[in-house]
Design a protein around this ligand. Structure first.
Ligand code: FE2
Length: 148
């Protein structure tokens, strides 16, 4: 994969994941889980902005970004939603770190990706902590906490 191909895939992925989070946030709010809905909505916005940042960088590099979005499932169950996110982050983190090797000659893009990795690690920690809460306090108690 070339660095331009990687950046295009990254934008596609962020746009798709952002839209998934946005739909999940609306569904959670609709069911009354205000606290969790707010957190997921913030994640949707962060990833949308990251996708835009990638497209801006592609333009700076003289490339033409694509109107493209990766497929993501819509998940209704809260625990399954968190588990999906956890798996996604666990895959994305090493993939982004490995891709940094493509950017040895491009500090600006590398720096941008490093920032994404740090944000993703934070999200991963948050999701793991919440899955742990479900285990420790029970699913029902966890859901009560998410009413906000
Ligand atoms: Fe995400």
């Amino acid at each position: 994969m070339t660095k331009v191909e990687f950046l295009k895939e990254l934008a596609k992925g962020w746009f798709g994941n952002s839209q998934q989070h946005s739909i999940h946030a609306e569904m959670l709010a609709d069911r009354g889980f205000k606290a969790l809905a707010e957190k997921i909505a913030a994640e949707a916005e962060e990833e949308w902005n990251e996708a835009k940042e990638v497209n801006k960088r592609l333009i700076e590099l003289g490339e033409t970004p694509e109107v493209a979005i990766s497929d993501y499932p819509v998940i209704k169950d809260v625990k399954e939603m968190l588990e999906y996110d956890c798996k996604e982050s666990a895959t994305a983190l090493p993939a982004m770190s490995q891709a940094l090797a493509l950017f040895a000659d491009d500090y600006v893009s590398a720096n941008m990706i490093q920032k994404f990795i740090v944000d993703e690690q934070e999200h991963y920690n948050w999701v793991r902590a919440h899955l742990n809460l479900i285990k420790e306090i029970g699913y029902e108690n966890y859901l009560i906490e998410q009413i906000g």
